[in-house]
Ligand binder design. Structure first.
Ligand code: HMG
Ligand code: MG
Length: 305
């Protein structure tokens, strides 16, 4: 911790190629995804959630995941992660030589029931075989706790409910656990309470903040998490993403915006903001729309002036 009591360095996990692109309706070619992942790892991002190995009937955009992983230039030291829902997904992740697999569960009972038709406890139990296989093969295992700060169906989600899922994921052997504000409704005081409570179940230095900017609170929430001592943050280049199950939910907080905040605070990330701005401009052009990153757009406009 520095004199200001903020961390001196943080790890940024880029989730745009998976969490972001999975929500795009238009088909994005494997070549574009490969180019994007390469640009992000070349920018110095230490962990890229590149793909998911899920049912193509549920998420057609991720059907090219094996091809993407075969096509990228692996940067030594970069952790490439894949979200997997079951053993079929795990086997594909193993074949693709992923460094990390990501399992997921909701902190909201209503969300779990509506979306996957089972309780939170049952849903986490279903990942036991994936967790064991990951350990067996020496892969990193990450758990994602979605709807940890609010739910589109039940509304409030308590820190206790989020901590309960964190505990279950810890017991499965997760190396890192994300607290995700899937619909972007959380506010700074709530963020502090959730992380302080979760840290009683799992080491704070391995808890990650995954914020969406739906209500414009993401950077404030990140600052609140920094004050608690959280050192891992998820973000998405150009703010790609959304939530298919929550109408109106915007993307993940933009990587460019998070880097601008961190570097302004003197917090080291090891990442080139300029190179991420380029990646953001690249993918926005491919998608035929403006970047959702405020810092990315401002820096690009300044360059063009
Ligand atoms: P299902 O239809 O109930 O399962 O889906 P099924 O076992 O009947 O399988 C249906 C078909 O999918 C079968 O093919 C399977 O072989 C195939 P068919 O015989 O009909 O030709 N299949 C698969 N194919 C490829 N890879 C697989 C796989 N599994 C089955 N792994 C299932 C159940 C869980 C598979 C499905 O619901 C699924 O894939 N869900 C994943 C959806 C997803 O990716 N959601 C987003 C993740 S969570 C998130 O984004 C939030 C987070 O980012 C945090 C935040 O943003 O806040 C983490
Ligand atoms: Mg997300």
């Amino acid at each position: 911790m520095s004199a200001s009591l903020l961390p001196v360095a943080v790890k940024i996990v880029e989730v745009g190629p998976r969490d972001g692109l999975q929500n795009e309706k238009q088909t994005i070619s494997a070549d574009v995804k490969i180019d994007l992942v390469n640009r992000l790892s070349d920018a110095g991002i230490p962990n890229v959630e590149a793909v998911s190995f899920v049912s193509p009937k549920w998420v057609p955009q991720m059907a090219t995941s094996s091809e993407v992983m075969q096509g990228i230039q692996r940067r030594p030291g970069t952790i490439y992660s894949a979200l997997v829902p079951n053993m079929k997904g795990f086997d594909a992740a193993l074949a693709a030589k992923m460094d990390e697999v990501v399992i997921f569960g909701a902190a909201s009972e209503a969300f779990s029931q509506k979306n996957i038709n089972c309780s939170i406890a049952e849903s986490i139990e279903r990942f036991r075989d994936v967790a064991q296989a990951a350990k067996q093969h020496g892969m990193r295992l990450r758990g994602s706790v979605s709807c940890a700060l609010g739910c589109p169906y039940q509304g409030e989600v308590t820190p206790e409910a989020a901590a309960d899922v964190v505990r279950r994921m810890r017991d499965l052997g997760c190396d890192e656990i994300d607290i995700a504000d899937t619909i972007g409704v959380g506010t700074a005081g709530q963020v502090k309470r959730v992380f302080e409570r979760a840290a009683k179940e799992f080491p704070l230095e391995r808890l990650a903040g995954h914020f969406h900017d739906t209500y414009g609170q993401a950077l404030a929430n990140i600052y609140a998490a920094l004050e608690v001592g959280v050192v891992i943050y998820h973000s998405s280049v150009a703010g790609l993403g959304g939530c298919p199950y929550a109408r109106g939910a915007t993307g993940n907080v933009a990587t460019e915006d998070v880097l601008y905040l961190m570097h302004g605070l003197g917090i080291s990330t090891g990442i080139s903001l300029d190179a991420v701005v380029d990646a953001g401009q690249f993918i926005s052009e491919q998608l035929g729309r403006k970047s959702s990153s405020r810092a990315g757009s401002a820096i690009a406009a300044k360059r063009a002036a």
